[in-house]
Design a protein around this ligand. Sequence first.
Ligand code: NAD
Length: 312
Amino acid sequence: SKGKIITVVGSGLIGRSWAMVFLSGGYRVKIYDNQPGQASRAIAEIRKQVEELQEAQMLRGKLSASEQLSLLSSHDDLSQALEGAFFVQECVFEELQAKQTVFQAVENHVGEDTILSSSTSCLMPSNVFSLVQNPKRCIISHPVNPPYYVRLVELVPHPETLPTAMDMAFELMTEVGQAPVRLRKEIDGFALNRVQYAIIAECWRLVEDNVISVKDIDLVMSEGLGMRYAFIGPIETMHLNAPNGLEDYLGRYREGMRRVLSSFGPIPEFDGEAAARINKEICEFIPSDQEHLSARRERRDQLLMGLAKLKK
Ligand code: NAD
């Protein structure tokens, strides 16, 4: 990573997190934002966070806080920000047009080999990169919030993305301590949100149908499935849950799984009376004012920090 430059375009929540992840790997990071002054405010915020992480002994990478921060710069000029970059991570608003325009502009200021990567959560690569001239080096690197503790990155190719571009992104993400996975082709929602929405839908239906309370369905995940899923996925879970592995599991549970799955209801509306009731129930133990929400977010991040330590 010595001296190599990564440019982060868009310095909101995710842009700042990416910058911290790349700094931890020893990369020079240049931050650009089109709101004047926003990139330098982002640097002040990163400085504070990196120093706090060092104090909590949670700073990632081999470099000290001051060494990492010396690699960071902010730019209000796009061409200056992109000068010398071998990798560009876009983190602007989740709006198709904004991203298309950004990549069109970025392409004019970088060499042929620079990898162009988007943080989009739910736009398709073929749309995000539809205006670039050379989509072969374009990919999506979708992080999970907060990326500093939740390391997964979904790498999603454009139909024309070269395997070497995917390999380079994979190597970079691994080197900076993230946990990259490759999707072989684009699909709406990628993998993470497809699985997440399947879980949300069934939890919602169970509460909507008065089978279980909001508090208890969340415990089903946090005290049950989530305990395992922090370390092993659903396929390994099946493999381990029958004496002789996956085929044995299927022999025992195939019929039951299919029976239960066939009883699932339709896609919830996530609206109306059910939404009002579920909102009321969650707000009874976490009121939706900023004070309570911030406290719960802080608690979440502290717990994730501990879990990240444990997983290491
Ligand atoms: P945000 O609103 O916090 O930050 C966006 C930043 O981009 C702002 O600072 C804004 O000034 C800047 N910006 C907007 N247009 C720009 C342009 N044309 N050029 C340069 N900068 C521009 O948003 P965020 O939460 O950081 O999300 C950024 C991206 O990351 C989105 O695509 C989002 O879907 C994705 N993402 C977010 C999360 C999350 O949990 N927040 C998780 C994974 C992926």
